[in-house]
Design a protein around this ligand. Structure first.
Ligand code: G
Ligand code: G
Ligand code: MN
Length: 511
């Protein structure tokens, strides 16, 4: 039955769902933010690389202008052109030196005038650009050389390496930038290297120059995405955590409502779903109705009629049994009081009570109100205490039971024989009736030993001057046996099953 399933549901299942519902908005939100951060970083890397290319092209444009001017001079003697070379160095920003070449042989430079050095065109990417780690004069300062060639003539324009390094370091501090010329590269630390270009883990972008044979590579170091997320979206992150918390708490509350048995009981109580059923108790000799036991049923909107074994233990556990019993007494009084005239004087109405009822004196008021609904002295109110759940004697219980007695309420020990109440216990609580458990009644006609136990209980109750009720009488033989042994009252399917109030009232009227 679903209700039972709910009771046994593991708390870890519920816990997992709550954690999931709290994590879901956080995880989804963080995924979106990370995606957004990646996009932004890629954009930033591209823009930084484009800006670097723009600046490098600008430098190289100066070199190209110088080359355009001096290339036609190649072939003339160094003395003739030396000044023109130096003129270009002073005129063009970023330019460090201007050199003239004839047949792959440098013969004149703006630095030294006459000079001799072999040029190897293979050093130049596309025969045009060479990133040198250093020169004769400054062996540790990189230099970018632009080469322009026509037939045997060529011009070499060198640019200061530190201008490159400055651009690489200054455009955007956070972006890692490097410039690759042929198979060598340099980054903001200014060392020319010919190892493969390093892989940049985040948002690596390569932008080739549209004019010159080099490429700029931009990207970010490991962890930049998270650093970016934390720096750029702290508010959003806070909001996500807040949403996760709200979501988890909501699910927690909803789950608690939907699955907590005690909550479901409380709902049932508020909706007046706990209703009384009545099982008549007959006299042993005449078999006339002498009273009835009020048994609780749960008219559940989804589960239908739920038997008490399934919910009474929970109700006892969470203390709701007290208001539930109160509701049962109120309903019973409301339903039966108008029909009191159909009940013989001294008619028994018995309610089952739990140990929880004995924690305070509320029960006295409940009983008083119940009795006040009927003509004075017309009915006997009986409280059945199960023997399986003995009440610990205390100042409160003594007070409770003496006040109940003063009201005329009777006490019965239910399921007698299945527990272990002592004689002193029976005396202590002023017990009036013993209800022999149905397991003993079922033994009638079986073996001699079982019958012996039953006989002893009947004998004992007679000696203690207690009334006796036999429960679970199902056969004629049992009924006969119990009547023959002087059992005062019988209850069981043989006479009537527990029935709803309408049926019970109808039967009362027909008596
Ligand atoms: O009717 P039967 O199946 O109905 O009852 C099953 C068990 O539930 C019995 O042990 C009976 O004592 C217990 N019970 C029925 N109604 C109540 C009640 O109102 N209060 C308590 N505490 N137990 C009840
Ligand atoms: O409160 P107590 O445990 O005495 O509750 C009586 C229980 O016994 C209820 O569940 C009721 O439905 C059940 N009952 C009443 N008469 C009979 C009967 O003749 N046979 C059986 N098997 N159960 C009965
Ligand atoms: Mn009972």
């Amino acid at each position: 039955m679903p209700f039972k399933l709910k009771l046994s549901r593991k708390w870890t299942d519920r816990y997992a769902l709550i954690v999931l519902s709290g994590l879901l908005p956080v995880v989804l939100g963080v995924l979106i933010i990370v995606w957004q951060a990646n996009r932004s970083l890629r954009l930033e890397a591209t823009q930084t690389a484009l800006e670097a290319v723009r600046q490098f092209d600008l430098m190289l444009d100066n070199a190209k202008l110088a080359a355009d001017v001096v290339l036609p001079l190649a072939g003339q003697s160094c003395e003739q052109v030396e000044l023109a070379l130096r003129d270009q160095v002073t005129r063009r920003p970023f330019v460090r030196s201007v050199n003239l070449v004839w047949d792959n042989q440098i013969y004149c430079t703006s630095l030294f005038g006459n000079f001799k050095e072999q040029v190897n065109p293979v050093n130049y990417a596309d025969g045009e650009l060479w990133l040198m780690p250093g020169t004769l004069v400054t062996p540790n300062d990189p230099v970018l050389v632009y080469r322009q060639q026509k037939d045997k003539r060529s011009a070499l324009i060198s640019l200061y390496g530190f201008h490159l390094v400055n651009v690489l370091g200054l455009i955007n501090q956070k972006t890692h930038l490097l410039i690759e010329v042929g198979d060598v590269w340099i980054d903001r630390y200014g060392l020319v290297r010919n190892s493969p270009t390093p892989h940049l883990p985040v948002a690596q972008t390569t932008v080739p120059s549209p004019e010159y044979p080099y490429r700029v590579i931009a990207g970010f170091n490991e962890g930049e995405v998270w650093r970016y997320v934390i720096m750029e979206y702290p508010g959003l992150l806070g909001l996500l955590i807040f949403l996760g918390f709200i979501s988890a708490t909501t699910v927690h509350q909803l789950k608690k409502r939907a699955t907590s048995p005690s909550h479901e009981l409380r709902r049932g109580l508020d909706a007046a779903e706990f209703i009384p059923y009545f099982q008549p108790v007959v006299r042993g000799d005449t078999k006339q109705w002498a009273g009835a036991e009020v048994l609780m049923r749960w008219q559940h909107p989804k589960e239908g009629l739920v038997r008490p074994d399934l919910f009474i233990p929970v109700a006892e556990h969470c203390g709701l049994i007290v208001p539930m019993t109160r509701s049962l007494m109120e309903q019973t009084a409301y339903l039966l009081a108008p029909h009191a005239k159909h009940m013989e004087p001294g008619f028994h109405l018995a309610f089952n009570i739990a140990a929880h009822h004995c924690h305070n004196l509320e029960l006295v008021d409940d009983c008083r109100r119940f009795l006040q609904a009927f003509p004075p002295g017309h009915i006997n109110l009986v409280l059945e205490l199960t023997e399986r759940e003995l009440i610990v004697p205390s100042a409160t219980t003594h007070q409770l039971f003496s006040q109940l007695h003063a009201l005329g309420v009777m006490i019965a020990i239910d399921d007698f024989g299945t527990g272990h109440s002592s004689l002193s216990y029976l005396h202590e609580f002023n017990v009036d009736y013993l209800k022999i458990d149905q397991s003993f009644v079922a033994m009638i006609g079986a073996d001699a030993l079982s019958r012996h136990i039953l006989d002893s209980i009947i004998e004992l109750s007679a000696k203690l001057d207690l009334g006796i009720v036999a429960e679970g009488v199902e056969t004629q033989e049992q009924s006969q046996y119990l009547a023959d042994h002087g059992v005062d009252f019988l209850q069981g399917y043989l006479f009537a099953r527990p029935m709803p109030s309408a049926e019970f009232i109808q039967a009362l009227q027909a008596l």
